[in-house]
Design a protein around this ligand. Structure first.
Ligand SMILES: [Zn+2]
Length: 440
């Protein structure tokens, strides 16, 4: 069994009284103030917290200043930690871009100005929502009200006091809430631009009905071939599939235009185009995920390599110049997330495996492979047993093997797996290109 989560955003009821609204104003302002105090302290001391303990050092102080209860304070800690993790991620990305920009160019100067700054709510002047969980609130279903069936029940700042805030879900919202296995946490988010003023963002957890068919699938992501997958069941390799959706060509086109605009220093158009690139990429990823999920039998467990490893080990310095340039905004992580979501929605499992450095090793004997082989990055040759095979086929099987060993409770026994893999490989790898499926 596996689960997935979705955030459902529902406006609060238009009939909410002014008294309740002013209460929400007060509460969210207090939460924002608490976030602010944490940020002030952390920024003063130059700490970018990596764990809870580093945030918690200031909790007593914040509790005293704001008068919030321990439950609220812990939720603020969660939020603060999350904010700094986001900051760290975007700062790393920025550093990477700086390393790759040429010093002294206008682009470099522009980029320099764009350094992500540390979290500081005061600066943006927006309210910062913090999550409520079972210590401070609950989303409840009720049939005692005429206006709505759903209410959000929250603690007030006075001990033991609670209030009910009515929400106004659409049919779709209701369906999502009813199907959820568990309503995990929610945030009360200020939307001054909307008439409702506040919305409740509810994190819903779903369980997918998985049927154990005993198949596993190893997935290797790439740029020339967007997604290569090997499907294995108790009878050995069933399918080697390559999905290509021409995302690379389309993004290359956009990149060329971006490069041109950068030379012309047209920064306004540039900004718009960069957003467009992001949207186009996301759209391709979603389609790829859908196509892939639909190809697999119900109950398949799919393993994906760790995107970080793909980025740093696979392409750096392997001579694939086009690949390296495109990688900057490629986001294997997002492709995997999309696939996992689609798989879960269609009754399959998706798992990321944490350790993967085997695109260079022959899956059968574990020894180094030659790549490129015969002037082709697509083919590899094992240095030890002389087997020649498709590079992505080898990588996908390696990922499946790692997955099987890391999730040993899953349906395939490693021993059976190896028995059935014995004679299965090369032919299927060679016919792999014939099975290629294309997405429009
Ligand atoms: Zn070998």
């Amino acid at each position: 069994m596996s689960g997935y989560v979705k955030t459902v955003k529902i406006p609060i009821h238009y009939d909410t009284t002014n008294k309740k609204l002013s209460y929400l104003d007060n509460l969210t302002a207090r939460q924002t103030y608490a976030v602010q105090l944490f940020c002030d302290k952390l920024n003063e001391e130059g700490i970018v917290p990596k764990n809870r303990a580093e945030v918690r050092e200031f909790s007593d102080y914040v509790r005293e200043e704001t008068g919030l209860s321990a439950g609220f304070i812990q939720q603020v800690e969660d939020k603060v930690l999350w904010m700094y993790k986001q900051y760290k991620r975007s700062h790393d990305k920025w550093e990477w871009s700086m390393d790759n920009a040429k010093e002294g160019t206008r682009w470099y100067i522009k980029l320099e100005e764009r350094e992500p700054s540390v979290p500081n709510p005061k600066k943006s002047n927006n309210k910062v929502p913090t999550p409520f969980d079972n210590r401070t609130g609950e989303v409840q279903r009720t049939d005692s009200l005429d206006l709505t069936e759903w209410v959000v029940h929250i603690s007030t700042l006075k001990k033991g006091n609670t209030i009910d805030v009515l929400v106004n879900p659409s049919d779709w919202h209701e369906e999502q809430l009813e199907e959820a296995e568990n309503l995990k946490t929610f945030e009360i988010v200020h939307h001054p631009e909307r008439e409702c003023e506040y919305m409740v963002h509810i994190v819903c957890e779903y369980q997918s009905d998985t049927v154990q068919t005993g198949s596993v699938c190893g997935v290797d992501l790439g740029i020339k071939r967007d997604l290569s997958a090997v499907l294995i069941d108790n009878n050995g390799v069933q399918q080697f599939t390559i999905l290509q959706n021409h995302k690379a060509e389309r993004l290359k086109e956009l990149d060329d235009r971006i490069a041109h605009l950068r030379r012309e220093e047209k920064y306004e158009v540039l900004k718009k185009l960069r957003n467009k690139r992001e949207r186009v990429a996301e759209d391709y990823d979603r389609k790829l995920a859908k196509q892939f999920a639909e190809l697999l039998p119900d109950g398949t467990t799919v393993f994906f390599g760790n995107p970080r490893d793909i980025r740093y080990n696979k392409y750096k310095g392997n001579g694939d110049k086009v690949g390296r340039k495109l990688l900057q905004h490629w986001s294997f992580g997002r492709i995997i997330d999309q696939c996992v979501l689609k798989l879960n929605e269609t009754g399959k499992n998706g798992e990321k495996i944490t350790e993967w450095n085997t695109s260079k090793l022959h899956y059968r004997c574990g020894k180094q492979v030659e790549r490129p082989y015969n002037n082709s990055f697509q083919r590899i040759r094992c240095s030890t047993c002389d087997d020649e095979l498709d590079a992505e086929f080898n990588a996908s099987v390696n990922i499946a093997v790692k997955g099987i060993s890391q999730y040993s409770d899953k349906s395939i026994e490693p021993n059976t797996f190896w028995q059935n893999m014995a004679g299965a490989t090369d032919d299927i790898a060679r016919t792999g290109d014939d099975l290629e499926a294309k997405i429009q």
